[in-house]
Design a protein around this ligand. Sequence first.
Ligand SMILES: Nc1ncnc2c1ncn2[C@@H]1O[C@H](COP(=O)(O)OP(=O)(O)OP(=O)(O)O)[C@@H](O)[C@H]1O
Ligand SMILES: [Mg+2]
Length: 310
Amino acid sequence: MITTVTLNASIDKAYYMESSIENGTVMRVKAVHNSAGGKGLNVARAVHLCGEEVLATGLVGGYNGKYLEALLDKDGVSHDFVHIQGETRSCINILDEAYGSTEYLEPGCLVTGWEIQQFLKQFPEIIKESSVVTMSGSVPAGVGKEIYKELTDMVKTAGKQVILDTSGELLKQGIESCPTVVKPNQEELEMLFHTKIRGREDVIERAKEIREKGIPYVIVSLGGEGALMACREGVFQAVPPGIEAVNTVGCGDSMVGAVAAALHRGWEPEKMLRYAVAVASANALSPNTGDFDPAVSERLFGQVECRRIC
Ligand SMILES: Nc1ncnc2c1ncn2[C@@H]1O[C@H](COP(=O)(O)OP(=O)(O)OP(=O)(O)O)[C@@H](O)[C@H]1O
Ligand SMILES: [Mg+2]
């Protein structure tokens, strides 16, 4: 089994617009798609679609929390959340022809020290049956920036593998506990090193630098160009075939889901990266986040070009 951690969950509302956005006017929404959101829940759906058993955990609260759990039930994703007093937030993604995607992210409610302590207390029991734990995204107000560092230590103490996909200070501190995998995108890598990344050589150098801190797999995702991975066996590059992307939000989350499935299956690094890029690119072909057609990812799996480059 694979556990996904989502501390800043949300009801994600995708608004498909009848016409392009005009600010300061009344806009009609053609169709709405509500999903259990927060990056970790995109990962959970991806793991489920990869065909592995998944348990989603994290913090949810209020009526939105209950709705979120009902949405996960519909997706076939098992869950075991710690319930908080505050109301789970909603996030809106407006999809129109002119701007593509415009996201409004609510800040979320304040989590109390007692609530986070409850989560930490229950965490070892929640992850008991899992071989891999993924931790994704931002954290709500009231939760300290050392949380992923602390959770990584707990997962490793339990003898399990851990994937960390976050940014800024959360990533910086999380890296100190050496998760099994980190998956920054280029922007997150730049934030981590406080520098502009120019070209593939820069990415390789920085990925190696992180690996040398004791992180077995450093995967840098590069949007439509695919991904690079630094690990003990060398540096690998995987490039997807050219596709007509429909919605690339959550591609990185699907990639994390696929990496979790590959680690759980004990796949070798090259196969893991090729699979991760195939699943993530399949997500780009679906209008929904953390969603793909397994037949499409299977086809792409055979088309992704993956090789060791140094
Ligand atoms: N336009 C695209 N065409 C094909 N594949 C894509 C495209 N965009 C993303 N992907 C696939 O998804 C992977 C992850 O994408 P990206 O680097 O955008 O992640 P991200 O920025 O972490 O995304 P998010 O945080 O929204 O989930 C890429 O490595 C690639 O395999
Ligand atoms: Mg990402």
